[in-house]
Ligand binder design. Structure first.
Ligand code: URA
Ligand code: SF4
Length: 216
């Protein structure tokens, strides 16, 4: 995977020291429960690792769990997640073929009264959490990695890739990066935010995901 953010020192050592030697999705998921690789574990309810099978042919990477995901312990089960799951099926992909995960495994938020307002993970947190994501991609070894939105793109592809410009285009990374194929697109929450243009935004999102089908 691209490591274009090398040289950024997270405030903490990062997730690396919590990674297990046995690399199976189950062992990674279990080990992540104890991760203290950045400060996000503390206010969050729990780690939200991933869903889907290690036989999946597609890995999809979002930003971080949201409020609902944090409470339920499952990724992509809130409003954006429901939209994503519908779009996957509308694009002709089978949900069983998709492994869903996030660039960061704990929910980052600011408390406001009783509400918890989503806050984007910062670069140090992205770098700290990246060992989990790299281990997941290595373990699942998919045919394609779908990158959902700017935060995931920054973590996986580095700052040079703009999802709004390169959405729906297959990116072939060099063998040094594992020789993988990546498909950047927008984050499903941007479709929800599109309001009166939501149908159009949804159709464009599904069209991007259809490109995934052409690789499988
Ligand atoms: N948004 C994400 O990026 N990931 C989730 O798991 C839920 C919402
Ligand atoms: Fe570890 Fe990632 Fe959670 Fe930070 S966000 S504590 S690195 S799992």
């Amino acid at each position: 995977m691209a490591r274009t953010d090398e040289g950024v020192e997270p405030d903490r050592p990062g997730a690396q020291e919590w990674l297990p030697t046995v690399r199976r999705i189950e062992s990674l998921r279990d080990a992540a429960q104890d991760c203290r690789g950045c400060e996000l574990w503390e206010p969050a309810t729990q780690v939200v690792f991933s869903s889907g099978s290690s036989d999946a042919r597609v890995v999809m990477v979002g930003e971080q769990p949201g409020d609902v995901e944090d409470k339920e312990g499952e990724p992509f089960v809130g409003p954006a997640g429901k939209l994503l799951r519908r779009a996957i099926e509308d694009a002709g992909l089978a949900l069983e073929d998709v492994y869903l995960t996030n660039a960061v495994k704990h929910f980052r938020f600011t408390p406001r009264g009783k509400r918890r307002i989503h806050e984007k993970p910062n670069l140090a947190q992205l770098v700290a959490c990246r060992p989990w994501l790299e281990a997941e991609v290595e373990t699942v070894d998919p045919d394609l990695v779908v990158v959902l939105g700017a935060t995931a793109a920054r973590s996986i592809l580095g700052p040079g890739v703009k999802v709004t410009k390169q959405r729906g285009q297959l990116l072939h990374r060099e063998a040094a990066d594992g020789g993988r194929v990546f498909l950047p697109t927008v984050h499903p929450s941007s479709v929800l935010r599109a309001r009166e243009k939501r149908n159009q935004a949804y159709d464009a999102f599904v069209a991007d995901l259809r490109v995934a089908g052409s690789v499988l």
